[in-house]
Design a protein around this ligand. Structure first.
Ligand code: NAP
Length: 286
């Protein structure tokens, strides 16, 4: 392997430590510790694990865990009333509705009830619109985590050719907009892109979020490029990404592993967003 490894686990730890310091400073300045309300509906085992990890990280950073759990057969009005009560509660700095919700519920309608100022997942249409217009707002955690990884590994973005593989609302689109906001020249590719490898080879910074194991091989990477793999797939031999790591690491300049790359950054950025939300709500900067 010739590429430098971008260690997401260590970077996420550093971000979480920065957040913990920020929480202590907020409290020392007369503010109150941020409160994170994770909302879990139903008993999906994977969602339970994700929510548990978020709650632990929140407490470890000195924040208040305001978790709420509703049964899987809850009706839309009851779920909406819970979101409304969290929205009105000054102790709640951030609300995170764990997705997917049970199929009987309209998750988009629930998300729409989260005030933009408390939308620490950055998924409401208001925050998406603010990002699209280049205005301040809470950013989606996974793409924000990618930018943090790039910054903390000295990857220049201004003027760089950036290619994003994938155009989902959760990752690809906000990723492209965040790179654009940092003055990269951004290309978005997707399932209808002709000759994906040729498009990817333009990239100084290649971010892959397609959800297809091993989609990007060495033939799609310019020598020396930075390659960020957002994909997560559970296979027979553990977790894999969308990038053929062993082959691409021979060509790239810097690369994220899976696991231990982008994954740990997502929770770290949730904490960052929660601290930002609390600081703004308490009128202490941000
Ligand atoms: P998604 O909603 O399924 O979107 C996938 C995107 O990839 C779509 O825009 C699709 O294009 C595009 N695509 C599919 N096949 C392609 C191909 N052959 N060539 C080029 N583009 C292709 O997935 P997502 O939510 O963005 O997630 C992507 C991956 O990231 C998944 O593996 C997911 O598990 C992972 N993920 C990881 C984290 C983390 O914390 N690390 C967070 C979120 C997601 P079309 O629009 O044309 O269909």
């Amino acid at each position: 392997m010739t590429a430098q490894l971008i260690d997401g686990t260590a970077t996420a730890r550093a971000v979480r430590e920065d957040v913990a310091r920020g929480v202590a400073e907020l409290v020392a300045a007369g503010g109150t510790a941020p409160g994170l309300a994770t909302v879990l509906i139903g008993e999906d085992p994977a969602s339970e694990v994700y929510v548990r990890n978020k709650r632990r990280a929140c407490v470890a950073a000195g924040m208040v865990d305001l978790h709420r759990h509703l049964p899987g057969d809850v009706d839309q009005d009851t779920a909406a009333a819970l979101i409304d009560s969290l929205a009105a509660d000054p102790a709640v700095s951030g609300i995170l509705l764990q997705l997917p919700t049970p199929a009987s519920l309209d998750s988009e309608a629930l998300l729409a009830r989260i005030p933009a100022a408390k939308d620490v997942d950055g998924l409401t249409t208001t925050n998406a619109g603010l990002l699209a217009q280049g205005r301040p707002g809470l950013r989606p955690c996974t793409p924000a985590g990618v930018v943090e990884l790039l910054d903390r590994h000295d990857v220049p973005l201004a003027g760089a050719e950036a290619v994003v593989v994938g155009r989902s609302v959760l990752v690809g689109k906000p990723m492209a907009q965040l790179l654009l906001a940092r003055n990269a020249t951004v290309t978005i590719s997707h399932s209808r892109t002709r000759d994906l490898a040729e498009v990817c080879r333009r990239a100084d910074v290649l971010v892959v979020a397609a959800g297809i194991p091993g989609l990007v091989g060495a033939d799609a990477v310019k020598p020396g490029a930075t390659v960020i793999d957002v994909g997560i797939h559970r296979g027979e031999h553990g977790l894999h990404g969308d990038v053929d790591f062993d082959a691409v690491a021979q060509v790239a300049g810097k690369i994220t592993p899976v696991p231990g790359g982008v994954g740990p950054m997502t929770i770290a950025m949730l904490l960052t967003n929660t601290l930002t939300a609390a600081t703004v709500q308490q009128g202490l900067g941000g």
